[in-house]
Design a protein around this ligand. Structure first.
Ligand SMILES: Nc1ncnc2c1ncn2[C@@H]1O[C@H](COP(=O)(O)OP(=O)(O)OP(=O)(O)O)[C@@H](O)[C@H]1O
Length: 372
């Protein structure tokens, strides 16, 4: 009993590892040769477009799906063939599906009751008959109370889910996932049902929970703002493969491939194919692709890049300029929302600091370093 209530031992080995894991459904390989180490205390986000294989990866970690090849390890032990219940992993899905007829206390305690009490001992009144059941119930109650306190739910324990706000329900779901003190915590799009304001507070809460528990957290999301704001490292998944796994700032400033560059960033990176226009930004543009983020371009009458304003979209703090470059490429630039703008159809010129330019091999799309 105490084994389940105690924290997982902290070792130097990763809490969770994927070693060359692939998954095929029929002919289609939806996850290819995926390797990742997740240590206790780390928060990693698996970020990718819909269909890139994120949930399948998470399901293989949780034991809900068997890899076609490769291994899943926990604390260095091969768990590839272990069923979900035998892995000490908490999984939280998009819909947090609380039991509506149970109180918050009962909802949180359910995973422990199922793990620690027999079906007979879970019946109402069973605790009156057996001292052992009473002792287990007391331990479950105390653990429930401490997890509820951690998530600021202790004043709400006797309410039913229907009497809670969306954010409170979310915290109950987190508490229920945490109550068994898992060695890893997997979150599958946990914020997708929340409105914008609640999303911001819940991000903070999950981040805070991670700091306080010291567990290994893996978040699956298609929303880069969620990944950037919560995770220490982001694994960008493109078509079943990890295209890059690095801290958020590295992925933004030094994307490993053209695809990652286009995927990360509030606005899609401008990427020029080799030619005079790319070469006007950097000599390497004669043979390589040159990229520049819209937010790194600035209006400069003497700048090398000339384009025609197609339309401007005002967003308050900033204005998005949709332009067409002289070679006919679409171009996006961001300017200060308070700056006056020329009328549609005007010719404008832009410059970009050399340090903000990105260079990619035109054939493979792989990043090449360029001197600033
Ligand atoms: N049981 C299954 N049988 C066949 N194909 C499947 C199965 N589960 C997933 N797939 C396919 O595998 C691919 C990856 O799906 P997955 O759900 O892992 O992607 P995802 O990145 O999590 O997407 P989303 O963000 O939309 O949930 C998709 O093309 C999906 O249709």
């Amino acid at each position: 009993m105490n084994d389940i209530l105690q924290s997982a031992p902290h070792t130097d080995l990763p809490a969770l590892s994927l070693r060359g894991v692939s998954k095929r459904f029929g002919e289609a390989e939806v996850v290819s040769d995926f390797s990742l180490d997740l240590y206790a205390g780390e928060f990693v986000a698996l970020l990718g477009a819909s269909g890139s294989g994120k949930s399948t990866t998470l399901r293989m970690l949780a034991g809900l799906e068997r890899p076609s090849s490769g291994q899943v390890l926990m604390g260095g032990v091969d768990v590839t063939d272990l069923r979900p219940a035998a892995r000490n992993i908490a999984l939280m899905f998009q819909s947090y599906a609380l039991y509506p007829h149970l109180t918050v206390r009962q909802n949180i305690a359910t995973p422990l009751r199922q793990a620690l009490l027999s079906a007979a001992a879970r019946l109402p009144g069973a605790a009156l008959l057996s001292a052992k059941t009473r002792e287990t119930e007391a331990a479950i109650n105390s653990r429930t109370q401490s997890v509820a306190q951690m998530l600021r739910l202790d004043g709400l324990l006797d309410r039913k889910p229907g009497q809670l706000s969306g954010g409170q329900q979310q915290r109950v779901a987190l508490a229920r996932a945490l109550v068994r003190d898992p060695s890893a915590f997997l979150l599958d799009e946990p914020l997708s049902n929340l409105d914008t304001a609640l999303r911001h507070t819940t991000r903070e809460e999950i981040r805070d929970l991670h700091r306080r528990t010291g567990h290994a957290f893996l978040l699956v999301t298609h929303d880069q703002a969620d990944a950037l704001s919560m995770a220490d490292r982001i694994a960008v998944m493109i078509a079943g493969r990890v295209a890059q796994c690095a801290p958020a700032a590295d992925i933004y400033h030094r994307p490993a491939t053209r695809e990652v560059a286009r995927f990360i960033g509030a606005h899609r990176m401008n990427i020029f194919s080799p030619g005079p226009e790319a070469a006007s930004l950097h000599p390497r543009g004669a043979q390589d692709d040159i990229g520049i983020r819209p937010e790194a371009l600035h209006i400069d009458p003497k700048g090398p890049l000339s384009a025609t304003l197609q339309c401007a979209a005002f967003h308050g703090e900033e204005t998005l300029l949709h332009l067409r470059s002289d070679s006919g490429a679409e171009l996006l630039a961001v300017t200060d929302g308070s700056a006056p703008l020329p009328p549609q159809g005007s010719k404008m010129r832009f410059a970009a600091p050399a340090a903000r330019l990105h260079c990619f091999d035109a054939a493979t799309g792989i990043r090449k370093e360029i001197a600033a």
